[in-house]
Design a protein around this ligand. Structure first.
Ligand SMILES: [Zn+2]
Length: 223
């Protein structure tokens, strides 16, 4: 595991705890890809940048033009570039970079506001064998869909009849749930079932995902 002396000294107290060091090393050696750096993604990015990851790839080409947004206004910079500056400043142990074209992450979190864009990102991750998590906000809560390799794909598992997801007051807790789901995907890479986490009425419901009949995701991926 490519960990620095600084990382080792930071984790010195925890590493001797049985079972702890393995997880810390998984987080430290992971490359986490986050698609989206706008208001919807902000709570997830802020959570994940403090979660023990050392490398986060951010992807969002939209201009960074909201003076009162979480990134502030940066003329000429994309949201991804501004997020890299803001999040990298939190810790010398954390490198936040723009997603390098063709880079294969350990896991992907998708925080975009349209079903079509989320589906395209999820399908790219599935074909690369990368566990991925998609958040789908709604006015009264929303859903986080978790797709480990081999599980029913996002198309099988997504919420039907939703084309776009506007920001809502419950986006922030939903994004934190999405952050936890992708954190668990890296921490526990053993084969797991896919699931939908529903945030509704102030509570969470966990539902297994089910493969749709004849969906191509039942076939082995050819790479
Ligand atoms: Zn499928």
């Amino acid at each position: 595991v490519p960990v620095s002396p600084e990382w080792l000294s930071r984790q010195a107290l925890q590493l001797p705890v049985p079972g702890f060091s393995e997880g810390m090393e998984r987080l430290a050696s992971a490359r986490l890809r986050v698609v989206g750096a706008g208001a919807m993604a902000a709570p997830a990015l802020l959570t994940l940048s403090r979660a023990g990851f050392t490398r986060i790839w951010v992807e969002d080409d939209a201009p960074c033009d909201e003076p009162n947004g979480w990134l502030g206004e940066h003329p000429g910079l994309s949201r991804a570039a501004a997020a890299c500056q803001v999040l990298s400043s939190y810790s010398s142990l954390l490198e936040v970079e723009r997603y390098p074209a063709g880079g294969v992450p350990t896991a992907t979190l998708v925080c975009v506001n349209s079903s079509a864009a989320a589906t395209a990102m999820a399908e790219q991750a599935r074909r690369a064998g990368v566990p991925h998590v998609v958040m789908e906000p709604r006015g009264d809560g929303g859903t986080v869909v978790s797709v480990p390799p081999g599980a029913p794909c996002y198309v099988c598992s997504r919420t039907p009849s939703m084309e776009s997801w506007p920001l809502s007051p419950l986006c922030a807790p939903l994004a934190c749930i999405a952050a936890v789901e992708v954190f668990l995907a890296v921490l526990n890479p053993h084969p797991r079932a896919g699931r939908r986490v529903e945030l509704s009425g102030g509570g969470l419901t966990y539902l297994p995902t089910v493969r749709r009949a004849a969906c191509a995701c039942g076939q082995p991926v050819r790479r």
